[in-house]
Design a binder for this molecule. Structure first.
Ligand code: GLN
Length: 569
């Protein structure tokens, strides 16, 4: 019988429920069990594809092309396994399915009601995943915070499942214990209220993960235990730490894995968290630093800098850096500033490498193109991801091939049509997409999920992957226009990777540069902490050799404002 572990959040959002879920998964996996993880998002959006990255963070893409919440990325990274569309559930998906069934007379004339039909649909979807994956454990993270309206029906589904399988369902509450500055004491009351709210939904937590600035002390453990009706042994400290990858190791220090197994009457089949432990040792004792600049636009939300929009890129940089025992320092560079003041480009010399990640729309692209030109001519290691690759092609077309009006159709649409005939669409849509776009049918025009890519011999990519055929994940609408392929190649742009089915360019490189690669796909989605992505590895390797670095690090870097990444995890 599969075991169900529901993970819910108390007190407030953003306390690391996704990473806690992923960490529980990695612990149980290390004990020899088959695991899968589901994220339930209370949004009415059917998937995350239509959500603004500033509001919701990165859109993560699975191999089978689902546009998901970024937590799916956390699960894949911690579980070191691929997930599928079914692992992501939203309110929108559930209601859509129930309404479709009703229209198809599948409820056989019954009144279709919010309860039980919505929770039943949730349960059937969870069970579908269990059946498909033949898993021992399914972790189900319910988005949002207990006590709000939006996730009530999901809690209802969890309660019903527990009623049906009392021995096979477990509840973990990830709560937060604030330390108000004026009191200077860790407070348990919000957690007590969170448990009350959960109780009102008919659910009693079996385990509480106590997120806080510091570990829990004994008096607070006792207090939570008595007021929340949970054994002290099942209240686990989850203090702030330097790296999220420490979490599984920290949880295990408090015996979380075995506590969970005991509740289900199970025993560990093996014990093996040693690779994680090794990784944590490297993270805590780096031998060098590497400075990477990420040029983007999805950073700002009011007065705050958000990194969530690029979370997989950040993690991929970290994985590859840790491989070389280096600590990555990531700086957020706003593309628009290079548009307005190109003299700022000089600061790019201070980095070991520059990444231009994915993005949509025309804001900031001219700044990014300037950055790419600078990296190309100054031989700064450069990695362009999706939009970053398309802009690298535009830059090359304009400045090396002399196609001054080179542009992508994506930006051209937004411009006035005046003088339009002069523009050259070096990045364009495919013919079959054009018709759909004319009808404003944007949904069906994205290339999503995994596609094959054939690598050309004697390229950096071929060397990095050590293979001739690879598969990578996509999320884009536009492609390198084959009409321009010949001239680009003639001038030295190497088409290092090609999709064999449709002859689409997947990777571009240039010669006589320490590292200059653009990928139409998103390699960051497949990077894992214990298996860094080959292209990121090669990029970091080139960056560590980049000569400017050692000379500059100690003095000039200081005037470059960069957020301390360790505080954001
Ligand atoms: N906006 C570009 C496209 O749709 C690139 C997308 C991306 O970077 N993910 O093709």
């Amino acid at each position: 019988m599969p075991k169900y572990i529901f993970i819910v959040g108390g007190v407030m959002s953003g306390i690391g429920k996704g990473v806690a879920t992923a960490s529980i998964g990695s612990i149980l996996k290390s004990k020899g069990f088959k695991i899968t993880a589901i994220k339930i998002d209370p949004y009415i959006n059917v998937d995350a594809g239509t959500m603004n990255p500033i509001e919701h963070g990165e859109v993560f893409v699975t191999n089978d092309g689902a546009e998901c919440d970024q937590d799916l990325g956390n699960y894949e990274r911690f579980l070191d396994q691929d997930l599928i569309t079914d692992n992501y559930i939203t309110t929108g998906k559930i209601y859509q399915a129930v309404i479709e069934k009703e229209r198809n007379l599948e409820y056989k004339g019954k009144c279709v009601e919010v309860v039980p039909h919505i929770p039943e649909e949730v349960i059937s979807r969870i069970q579908k995943v269990v059946k498909k994956t033949k898993t021992d454990f399914v972790l189900i993270e319910i988005g949002g915070t207990v006590g709000e309206y939006q996730n009530l029906l999901f809690l209802e589904a969890a309660r019903i499942l527990k009623l049906r399988h009392p021995k096979d369902v477990l509840f973990v509450l990830v709560s937060y214990l604030p330390i108000p500055a004026m009191i200077g004491e860790m407070k348990t009351k919000p957690t007590q209220y969170a448990v009350r709210s959960l109780n009102m939904a008919g659910i009693q937590p079996d385990i509480i993960l106590a997120r806080a600035q510091f570990p829990l002390d004994i008096p607070r453990k006792k207090k939570i235990s008595i007021f929340c009706n949970v054994k002290e042994l099942d209240i686990v400290s989850a203090p702030d730490i330097k790296s999220i990858y420490e979490i599984p190791v920290n949880f295990e220090k408090e015996n979380l894995g075995n506590r969970i197994l005991k509740k289900f009457g199970l025993r560990a089949r093996k014990k093996d968290l040693k690779d994680w432990k090794k990784l944590v040792t490297v993270i805590k004792n780096p031998q060098k630093e590497i400075n990477i600049g990420v040029v983007g636009k999805y950073f700002k939300s009011g007065d705050f800098t958000l990194m969530d929009s690029y979370i997989s890129v950040i993690e991929a940089i970290k994985h590859a850096s840790y491989f070389f025992k280096a600590e990555p320092k990531i700086s957020w560079l706003d593309a628009e500033k290079y548009e307005n003041s190109p003299q700022k480009l000089k600061e790019l010399k201070k980095f070991n490498g520059i990444i231009v990640p994915g993005g949509f729309g025309s804001r900031g692209v001219e700044g990014k193109i300037k950055v790419i030109e600078f990296c190309r001519t100054q031989k700064i290691p450069f990695l362009g991801l999706c939009l970053g690759m398309q802009l690298a092609v535009i830059e090359f077309a304009r400045n090396v091939c002399g196609i001054k009006k080179a542009i992508s159709r994506e930006f051209f649409n937004k411009k006035t049509k005046e003088g339009s005939c002069q523009y050259q669409m070096v990045i364009d849509v495919m013919l079959d997409q054009k018709e759909k776009l004319n009808k404003k049918n944007y949904g069906g025009t994205m290339r999503l999920g995994a596609y094959d890519c054939k690598l050309m011999p004697n390229t950096i990519s071929h060397r990095a992957y050590g293979a001739s055929l690879i598969s990578e994940r996509h999320r884009h609408r536009y492609e390198l226009n084959s009409e321009f392929q010949q001239i680009l190649e003639k001038k030295g742009l190497i088409m290092a990777g090609i999709n064999p089915e449709r002859n689409l360019v997947e990777i571009v490189e240039i010669k006589k540069h320490p590292f200059f690669i653009g990928t139409q796909f998103h390699p960051e989605f497949k990077s894992k902490p214990l298996r860094p992505h080959p292209l990121f590895k090669e990029f970091i390797k080139a960056g560590l050799k980049f000569p400017h670095f050692h000379k500059i690090l100690n003095y000039e870097m200081q005037d470059l404002k960069r957020p301390d990444l360790s505080k954001t995890e």
